[in-house]
Design a protein around this ligand. Structure first.
Ligand SMILES: NC(=O)c1ccc[n+]([C@@H]2O[C@H](COP(=O)([O-])OP(=O)(O)OC[C@H]3O[C@@H](n4cnc5c(N)ncnc54)[C@H](OP(=O)(O)O)[C@@H]3O)[C@@H](O)[C@H]2O)c1
Length: 271
C-alpha cells in the first residue's frame, strides 16, 4: 500500500510514526511532502526510512491513500498543487479540522472517495480517539483499510459527518479540558500545605494510575467510584462537597461552546 502525506507537521508525524511503530505498514510505503522545509523531510527519511519528494505527479501515481495534513487555510494551495495529478486510484484522508467533504471535493475538482478524520493530540502516544466519517462512495474494503491505519495510533469511532463537531468537542479538544481540570486539582492540592513539586508528581501518578484502572477494569467508572466510597468516610465527604456544585452543567457548557465554535469555524472555512 502506498501512503502519501501532504504536510508533515505535528499531527501528520504522530500519525505516520504510529503507523510505522505498530508495523501496520513498512516505512518505505510512506511518502512525505511539505511546503518547503526539506530539511525536516530529510530528517524523517534518515530517522524512519520514509520516502520524500516534491514531485506531485510521482507522489500521486499509484498512491492508495493521500493524507491531507496541512492547516485548513493552506488547503486551497495544496488542492491547486495536486489537482492536475490526481488519478482514479487515489483515496483521500483529510485531517484538516472543519473542512467538509463536499468542499474538499470542490477544491480538488474530483469525486474520489474521501475520509475525514478528527484525531487528538494523544496520537503522539498511540492513544488518539479518532472520529471518522466517509464519503458515500468509500468501499467497505477501503473503509476497513483506513480504520486499520487509524487504529495504529489509537481507537476509532465512525460517525456521520455532521457529528464530527461533537467528536471535535468531546475528544478533539478533550485533552485540553482534562488538563485544565487536573491543573485546578494540583492548585487546590498545593493549598493544603504540601510542597508544590510533591503535589504535582503525586497527582500525575494519580491520573496515570486512575487511567490504568479504567483501562483494565470491566467495571463502569461509577462502580469504580462506589467501590472506594465508604459511607461516612473521607471520600464520601469530598464527594458530598462536589455534589454542591453543578459539575455536569459545567461540562455541558464547555462541550456546547466547543461544538458551537466548531460549527462556526467550519462555516467560515467553507466560505
Ligand atoms: N494538532 C492537533 O492536535 C490536531 C488535532 C486534530 C486535527 N488537526 C489538524 O491537523 C492539521 C495539521 O495541523 P498541525 O498542527 O500538524 O500543523 P503544522 O504542524 O503547522 O504542519 C503543517 C504542515 O503542512 C505543510 N504545508 C503547508 N502548506 C503546504 C503545501 N502547500 N503543500 C504541502 N504541505 C504544506 C507544512 O509544511 P512546511 O513545514 O514546509 O511549511 C507542514 O508540514 C490541521 O488541519 C489541524 O486542523 C490537528
Amino acid at each position: 500500500m502506498k501512503l502519501v502525506f501532504y504536510g508533515a507537521g505535528n499531527m501528520a508525524q504522530a500519525i505516520f510514526k504510529g503507523i510505522i511503530d505498530s508495523k501496520t505498514l513498512n516505512s518505505n510505503d510512506i511518502y512525505l511532502t511539505n511546503k518547503s522545509n526539506e530539511e525536516r523531510l530529510k530528517q524523517f527519511a534518515e530517522e524512519l526510512g520514509v520516502e520524500y519528494s516534491y514531485d506531485d505527479e510521482a507522489l500521486l501515481k499509484d498512491a492508495d491513500y493521500v493524507f491531507l495534513g496541512t492547516k485548513p487555510y493552506d488547503f486551497e494551495e495544496v488542492a491547486k498543487r495536486i489537482q492536475p495529478h490526481i488519478t482514479d486510484d487515489n483515496r483521500f484522508i483529510s485531517i484538516m479540522a472543519g473542512l467538509p467533504i463536499n468542499y474538499i471535493h470542490e477544491q480538488l475538482q474530483v469525486t474520489n472517495p474521501i475520509a475525514r478524520i478528527m484525531p487528538n493530540t494523544n496520537a503522539q502516544v498511540g492513544h488518539s480517539v479518532t472520529g471518522i466519517s466517509f464519503s458515500g462512495n468509500f468501499g467497505p474494503k477501503s473503509k476497513d483499510e483506513v480504520i486499520e491505519l487509524v487504529n495504529a495510533f489509537g481507537s476509532v469511532i465512525e460517525v456521520d459527518e455532521d457529528h464530527l463537531h461533537q467528536v471535535t468537542a468531546i475528544t478533539g479538544s478533550g485533552p485540553a479540558f482534562l488538563y485544565h481540570v487536573f491543573e485546578q486539582y494540583v492548585k487546590a492540592g498545593t493549598e493544603l500545605g504540601l510542597e508544590k513539586g510533591q503535589v504535582e508528581e503525586s497527582i500525575k501518578n494519580l491520573i496515570i494510575g486512575t487511567s490504568k484502572m479504567i483501562e483494565r477494569s470491566d467495571l463502569s467508572m461509577e462502580q469504580l467510584r462506589k467501590n472506594i466510597t465508604s459511607k461516612g468516610g473521607t471520600t464520601q465527604a469530598g464527594l458530598d462537597a462536589l455534589a454542591q456544585h453543578d459539575i455536569k452543567g459545567i461540562f455541558e457548557d464547555c462541550l456546547n461552546a466547543a461544538v458551537e465554535r466548531s460549527m462556526e469555524l467550519s462555516k467560515n472555512e467553507n466560505n
